[in-house]
Design a protein around this ligand. Structure first.
Ligand SMILES: O=C(CO)COP(=O)(O)O
Length: 260
């Protein structure tokens, strides 16, 4: 039975804080000390913090032995070489990082990251034994033109180009409508679910339903303790990528404990 087959996949929710350029190493150490003993078991909800490269040593050192997983906010697609200022996925792996966020709208907008760059980064991340959190999402203009689904689907197809079914089954896609980022204006749970379902259908069309059922899809954009439960209750939303509300330990703990 199709229904039964689909029900085999229980996707573990993944709540990731994306700190952006907001914390220094000592603040990082204090934050981790404040949350590390109060996190849910990673089998129940995966707790992740994504930090700037300069904060990663403090994050990794203090998170040791805890349920907290660590993400970089970006990386380059080459392992080594003359690329001034860049961070290689090979080094991130060596440090003990688990995930790398790629394709965030801030990187696409301010640093001109292209779909092709994002796809190259996804390949490099897998080659180094890390997992990507691939961001996608439309602007308000695109949404108002009725083109959000088409836009996001195109971004997902471009990012996944050439990846194997096995790789895609392990990665995370974050749907972050640009108009909801840092604006306090969350997409409604229905609006978020609508696009997350489109993302899963896109993966199914590129691979198959089994792969699509494994991919975890996060919603991001003004997620906070007050709205996390409603968003996580949606069928195709498997987690959150959280900016502002992840910067305070109490708020981060409330988010990762959304099931309680
Ligand atoms: O961009 C985001 C996470 O990557 C969302 O940021 P906010 O939660 O601050 O809206």
């Amino acid at each position: 039975m199709k229904m039964n087959e689909r029900m085999i996949f229980v996707r573990t929710p993944i709540i990731a804080g994306n700190w952006k350029m907001n914390m220094n190493p000592s603040e990082t150490a204090e934050f981790v000390k404040a949350v590390k003993d109060n996190l849910p078991s990673a089998d129940s909800v995966e707790s992740v913090i994504a930090a700037p490269a300069v904060d990663l040593p403090a994050l990794l050192e203090n998170a040791k032995g805890s349920e907290l997983k660590v993400a970089a906010e970006n990386c380059y697609f080459e392992d080594k070489g003359a690329f001034t200022g860049e961070t290689s996925p090979k080094v991130l792996k060596d440090m003990g990082v688990d995930y790398v966020i790629i394709g965030h709208s801030e990187r696409r907008d301010y640093f001109h990251e292209t779909d092709e760059d994002i796809n190259k980064k996804a390949h490099a991340i897998f080659q180094n034994g890390l997992l990507p959190i691939i961001c996608c999402g439309e602007s308000l203009e695109t949404r108002e033109a009725g083109e959000a689904e088409e836009w996001v689907s195109r971004q997902v197809k471009a990012a996944l180009k050439g990846l194997s079914a096995n790789q895609v089954g392990q990665l995370v896609i974050a749907y972050e409508p640009i108009w909801a980022i840092g604006t306090g204006k969350t997409a409604s749970a229905d609006q978020a679910e609508e696009i997350c379902a489109v993302i899963r259908k896109t993966v199914a069309s590129l691979y198959d339903q089994t792969v699509a059922d494994k991919v975890r899809i996060q919603y991001g954009g003004s997620v906070k303790p007050a709205n996390v439960k409603e968003l996580m209750a949606k069928e195709d939303i498997d987690g959150g990528l959280v900016g502002g509300a992840s910067l305070v330990p109490e708020s981060f703990l409330q988010l990762v404990h959304f099931k309680d």
